[in-house]
Design a protein around this ligand. Sequence first.
Ligand SMILES: [Zn+2]
Length: 178
Amino acid sequence: MDEETYKIEYRKGTKWNERPEQLYKFMECKQCGQMAKASDDSIAITCSDCIIEMWEPLESSYIKSDKPRGWTLMAEFIDKDGNVYHRGVEQSTLKGTLESTDVKISTSPAKRMTNREKQNLTGTAALNLHKLKKQLQSTRWKKDKKPILAEIKLHSKVASAKFPRNFNRVEYLKQYKK
Ligand SMILES: [Zn+2]
């Protein structure tokens, strides 16, 4: 089954505990798709970044579990208590004025990313980065630079296929693919 095979690469050692002339097996992480060192007999791996994320504070996975993946990327998200968020920022003046977002509709299926999807994402991120860096150069004031820098940070991660936690690829493309 094509869906179950992961990309494999052999790379020369670069770390202090590796031999530079030896080849080490690298494999695509089954969670995020970045390449990580694998043992010879592994069929699927989870990279260290994803392992760290799994162990991150319980609040992110439990207390916030009523919010869908990627809700901080959404232009507008209203939780079940009527709190309104614009791209993850609470808009206290709007509380209780709008209908709650239907989580079932806005949540994308957590299906493993295909290589094509990944290329689509990294390509979109690269284009946005290029545009934002230009924009940053022509921006004079620190307060105007701040939101641009925040976006640059997001796109840099996506461009190098290091997808942030709660990353919603469907929302991302909807928003940034022109
Ligand atoms: Zn990973």
